[in-house]
Design a protein around this ligand. Structure first.
Ligand SMILES: *Cc1c(COP(=O)(O)O)cnc(C)c1O
Length: 356
């Protein structure tokens, strides 16, 4: 919060301060230079790492910041259990289970797909964090299973709060506004804004970065690197979430009614939504590094993992960050990012996937 205030607070920032949030992340996360990595790649650009793998809770990662806003204290009133869903190696499920444990709540995870035997990686951690695991056959069965679990908890005099998949909601995206404020402080507001590379899948993290840049008028060039989904889908989803999140910060009169779509050229909410749209020319989304799809490693990702490890002391994960790092390495090599530029790699976590 002090980070935001020191950057000067507009009305949007004042609104953000007023939105309920449960503090779970260890922030600000460090931003440190990776000079040896840049030297090894032969680039004259400056390369830095923003270490959101170090957000702390339950081994950290990008889901912690998003969850802080999903778990608004007013939403938690009377709640006894968190319920969410994901794949057997979901980072989101791990962090949700850790949040439940820290807050003294029960947790049910609806997981699609057969668990490995013995369970390893995130699947192992889901259990260590005390979650009840309900296994379903495929993604389509997750919704009904979540409802059934919520009813079961209700029938036992409890109350369930269902956390949406990946916490990739307008509220969740607000968490990444803080990350932008931190980066701006760490890079120096007076300096040319950097490139920022992030792994992207459900678009929530990228949405928050877009909104943060719009609020702070910080023209960083944002690169979302798909781990699985088509680039066009991620782009559209991220801008949709960023616009919805902007509305949370600029509620006009009658914002709860059908007025929500009226973000034209006038009205109190035009300002921020328009600034979000103006970010379009500074946002790049690529699926060129996703390879054969979710969780399937790529040769470029493996190479980036070795280079980041040996030349920066940074451990990447094969599902998300390796692919994002491969994109950064490619753009440094082909000169898209050139001498004098600054590139920040946002490390979104995911380490347990190394141990599955
Ligand atoms: C979930 C996740 C992402 C993708 O973030 P989105 O907000 O869903 O785009 C990237 N990296 C890691 C390690 C993740 O767990």
């Amino acid at each position: 919060m002090s980070v935001l205030r020191s950057t000067g607070s507009g009305p949007a920032l004042a609104r953000l301060d007023a939105i309920g949030r449960t503090r779970l992340a260890s922030v600000p996360t460090p931003l440190f230079p990776a000079a040896a990595l840049a030297g090894h790649l032969g680039t004259g650009a400056q390369v830095s790492i923003k270490a959101d793998d170090c957000t702390g809770l339950g081994l950290g990662g990008n889901k912690v910041r998003k969850l802080e806003y999903e778990l608004d204290p007013t939403r938690l009133q009377g709640v006894t259990h968190l319920v969410t869903a994901g794949g057997p190696h979901s980072n989101h499920c791990r962090v949700t289970a850790a949040a439940a444990a820290r807050l003294g709540l029960g947790c049910t995870l609806v997981v699609n797909g057969e668990p490995d035997d013995p369970e390893r990686g995130n699947a192992h951690l889901h259990r260590l964090l005390g979650a009840r695991i309900v296994t379903v056959g495929d993604r389509g069965e997750r919704g009904p299973a979540i409802e059934k679990e919520a009813r079961r908890i209700g029938a036992a005099d409890g109350r369930a709060l269902v956390v949406p998949l990946g916490a990739s909601t307008a509220r969740g995206a607000l968490g990444y506004v803080h990350a932008v404020a931190e980066m701006r402080n760490q890079v120096g507001g007076g300096n040319t804004p950097p490139w920022v590379f992030t792994s992207s899948s459900s678009g929530g993290t990228l949405a928050g970065l877009i909104l943060g840049c719009a609020i702070l008028d910080w023209r960083a060039r944002l690169v979302g690197v798909s781990a699985d989904e088509p680039a066009a889908w991620i782009r559209e989803t991220a801008f949709g979430l960023a616009t919805a999140a902007a509305r949370l910060l600029e509620p006009g009169p009658g914002s709860s009614s059908g007025n929500a779509g009226a973000e034209g050229t006038s009205g109190p909410r035009a300002g921020l939504a328009r600034r979000v749209r103006r970010m379009a020319e500074d946002v790049f989304v690529t699926d060129d590094f996703a390879g054969a799809g979710y969780g399937i490693a790529t040769a470029e990702g493996d190479e980036a993992t070795r280079v980041f490890g040996a030349r920066a002391g940074v451990i990447l994960d094969p599902v998300y960050t390796a692919k994002a790092a491969a994109a950064l390495v490619a753009r440094l090599r082909d000169g898209t990012i050139s001498a004098g530029d600054h590139a920040v790699f946002l490390h979104t976590g995911g380490h347990p996937a190394l141990f599955r």
